[in-house]
Design a binder for this molecule. Sequence first.
Ligand SMILES: [Zn+2]
Length: 340
Amino acid sequence: MGSLNQLFKHHDFELIDAHVHLNSPDGVLSKIAGDSGIQIVTINTEVPFFPGINEQKKIARNASNTHFLVTFSTENWGLSGWQDEAIQQIEQGLNEGAVGVKIWKNIGMELQKEDGSYLMADDPSFDPIYRFLCENRVPLLAHLGEPKNCWLPVDEMTVTSDRDYFANHPQYHMYLHKEMPSYEDQIKARNRVLEKFPALHFIGAHLASIEWSVDELACWLNRYPSAGVDLAERVCHLQHQAILEPEKVRDFVETYQDRIIYGSDQIDDAMKSEKVLSEIIQNKWGNEFRFFSDSDIQTAWNVEKPFRGLGLDETVLKKIFRENALRYYPLMNPRHGMSV
Ligand SMILES: [Zn+2]
């Protein structure tokens, strides 16, 4: 903790980690964050190996120093009235303090329709939900698709963390599942949602799955001028691009400084002791912040070669590590409710 306080001592704002997963009721990650002066947003997500979504919500509501995004069940998808149930789940979560809604890659990569085709994000069955979110100005954080690496063989992937994840989760490694929708299919389905619902307060999780190229991501951000992106578990992809083109990555972040939200994607599932979890997350917060704040040559465990940090100004850092989260999730603002 000493090193983290040391790192942040020159910065006069409280960081927000806007993408974590509290999956254990023991509240360790929220305590570590609180001790470090960091607010967190836990993202309720319909992941099969996470606790159920009601349990995740309960954990979130009981945690100190924590905001949360609610989600809805797709278990009854296709049955009559399932959207009403989903909207009820969302409304209830909002009444309980949720600051937005999350959807996950099971839409596009897991759920299948009766004819065997994959249920994509732009399926008209989701329209009542998107309409509800637009009408009520509720932010939607969408993890749709995956890093482009997911469609490559493991040894061609650009970062070690993707190699580890897809080697351990072959069911999500699309290179092995040629019959499933392509990377482009996922991106196009997501974009069609944005075109149909331009009023949606949309945040593309994980650099909107366009983590592999700041040029491509810039095009996407230009095309959807109100959309934001979060950095959860994708800082390494900016670092990878900064091996050869640090100025280009810096220009990108400066240009889109109002639309990039920091998140670590740290999971707290009680599998690690408080000491180990504390070391892991404090290193991650510290190292990822340093990539944006300092301009020296740095290394990261999952990036193949050294890269130069971006050395951004304090005003830009404050936006990425705090203010953009408050703007994209306005319900976090104490004026609107819970103060942390
Ligand atoms: Zn996540």
